[in-house]
Design a binder for this molecule. Structure first.
Ligand SMILES: [Zn+2]
Ligand SMILES: [Zn+2]
Length: 135
């Protein structure tokens, strides 16, 4: 059964054929600023599992370390719904966990860049935790 994620105003959505291959939270500096929160919660899907995507505004954040990153945001409410990072996740579509109807339907695989996690934010319940990026 396909699952879908959508922005805050529900005008941008993405539909996926199955469950994510992994879910993680990145606490890096960029993700904290981008989300305005303690990190970025992400579900990773093979591009071949993308059933349908509505039009979204494409942002090119120009990240020297991660060439080719593109973010797809809602032109109305500016929610970041999904993106690609061809260097870190070739062939994958990254979808904001918070855009799913039930983010707790998925298990958190890992947390990364814990060195940047705010001291008042408890460590999240994931199978693996990394101080920096894994690998
Ligand atoms: Zn929206
Ligand atoms: Zn990050």
């Amino acid at each position: 059964m396909p699952i879908s994620a959508q922005c805050a105003c529900k005008s941008v959505s993405i539909e996926l054929a199955g469950d994510p291959i992994r879910c993680f939270v990145c606490h890096c500096d960029y993700c904290q600023r981008m989300t305005g929160s303690v990190g970025n919660a992400v579900a990773v899907f093979p591009e071949t599992d993308v059933v349908r995507m509505s039009d979204a505004h494409e942002l090119d954040p120009q990240m020297p370390k991660w060439p080719g990153v593109k973010r797809y945001v809602c032109p109305e409410c500016y929610s970041n719904v999904h993106w690609v990072n061809p260097k870190a996740y070739p062939g994958m579509r990254l979808v904001s966990l918070g855009c799913f109807d039930d983010p707790s339907a998925f298990k958190l695989s890992s947390t990364v860049q814990n060195q940047h996690r705010p001291t008042w934010c408890p460590e999240l319940d994931a199978s693996e935790a990394f101080e920096a990026y894994p690998g």
